[in-house]
Design a protein around this ligand. Structure first.
Ligand code: PLP
Length: 407
């Protein structure tokens, strides 16, 4: 328990955790089942190119998504590129800036210009009214992002896209298994892309998938992920290599089976953070509607109230071995690659306030309680800590660079 400022590791006290706590430390699932599947793949000597494990994974993911087709790929970034290309996106595509940089990079990489729209500061999701105002002659599509697993404007965005005859692709990297009014969020729009990266809710070491009800789109995407081939000696499209391996599918299947346990842990952690931080002035844990996979616990900190900025709080927590993430800062429109994009006030304000907190199966209840104790302590002494930093009497340990997050 920290009693005085000197007890903080930031000022030379002992760190609260001897081992670091991470955001998105991989969920492992049943190792025995994983190794059995890997053994089978080795025995078959079938390691990639649509092996039986990939086919089974695709079937399970399609069921989970409520979609007719699942096209498994080696990661979500390539799946987004292929989806955008197969959906005929060229010119400009409207999308939020408040997302992981993979979302706009996937479009830019295939020569499509992302046009960034602002968000609703309450939910962090793209603002459909702003999307509509940005539609112009060069617009060829809309990319929504189900950020933090929340359904992105489910009532308005699909209708808006239909009205303007624009294809609607969802980056659903965060939304594996999430539901909206009981239906999988992946049933919204024309196609959705999941990520099965090691740090995601369901992981396949690295992996992604496009899910859709559109038979033609699925067939095109299948070909594009395999060099554009539609037959053994037939190349129909400009393609790439985005195939998922059998090893990834083995992990993906094992991880899918572990979902009830993963969800229970995520939900318990989220509830614990919300309870422990309720009523702390200037602190808000982003609430989700039911059906979320609770993969992310996102806290907002209002410096005007707490006296301590998000970045200073993060630095203090890092020295305690609590490795939070400033997801997603800065907004993509502020990054060097996208310099010159118009300013987005809500995105910029939210991206200064957010902090992703450690959760997942590697984080226990008592650890969440301890993290919250320290957050409450720092906030209670916010102005004093900020003043010490300003006066140059900060932290003996703050210059220590954090260890890289395992990914
Ligand atoms: C919103 C979003 N989109 C896309 C991606 C890219 O996923 P992948 O790492 O599978 O390429 C991520 C990954 O973190 C993400 O958070």
């Amino acid at each position: 328990m920290k009693q005085t400022l000197g007890d903080l590791a930031f000022y030379g006290g002992p760190a609260a955790f001897t081992e670091p706590l991470f955001v998105g430390r991989p969920n492992i699932g049943d190792r025995k089942l994983l190794f059995e599947r890997l053994e089978q793949a080795l025995d078959r000597r079938w390691l990639t190119n649509q092996g039986p494990l990939v086919l089974e994974f695709e079937q399970r993911v399609a069921e989970l998504a409520g979609a007719r087709h699942c096209v498994a790929m080696c990661n979500a970034t390539l799946a987004l590129q292929i989806a955008a290309r197969a959906m005929g996106m060229t010119g400009e595509v409207i999308m939020p800036s408040f997302t992981f940089v993979a979302s706009p990079h996937a479009l830019s990489w295939i020569g499509v210009t992302p046009v960034f729209c602002d968000i609703d500061p309450e939910t962090h999701l793209m603002d459909p009214a702003h999307v509509e105002s940005l539609i112009g002659p060069a617009t060829t599509g809309i990319m929504g992002v189900h950020l933090w697993g929340q359904p992105c404007a489910p009532g308005t965005l699909p209708a808006l896209a239909r009205r303007h005859r624009l294809p609607l692709l969802y980056d659903a990297a965060h939304a594996v298994a999430t539901r909206w009014h009981g239906r999988p969020v992946a049933t919204l729009g024309d196609a959705s892309v999941f990520s099965f990266h090691a740090t995601k809710f369901v992981n396949a070491f690295e992996g992604g998938a496009l899910v859709t009800d559109d038979d033609g789109l699925a067939a095109t995407a299948r070909a594009m992920r395999n060099f554009g081939q539609t037959g053994e000696d037939q190349v129909t499209y400009l393609g790439t290599n985005a195939k998922m391996s059998e090893a990834s599918a083995a992990m993906g299947l094992t991880s899918l089976e572990a979902m009830p346990e993963l969800l229970a842990r995520n939900l318990a952690n989220h509830r614990r953070y919300a309870t422990e931080l309720a009523g702390v002035p200037g602190v808000r844990v982003l609430p989700y509607t039911s059906g979320n996979n609770h993969q992310y616990v996102v806290m907002e900190i209002d410096e005007r109230v707490t006296g301590v900025s998000r970045d200073l709080l993060r630095a203090v927590l890092t020295t305690e071995n609590i490795r939070c993430r400033s997801y997603f800062a800065p907004g993509c429109h502020m990054m060097d690659t996208y310099r010159g994009s118009p300013r987005l006030p809500h995105t910029e304000a939210v991206s200064r306030r957010v902090l992703g907190l450690p959760t997942g199966t590697a984080v226990r209840d008592d650890e969440v309680i301890r993290v919250c104790e320290i957050i409450r302590f720092v906030v209670a002494h916010g102005p004093a800590i900020a003043a010490k930093v300003t006066n140059g009497s900060a932290a003996r340990t703050s210059a220590r660079p954090p260890a890289p997050t395992p990914r």
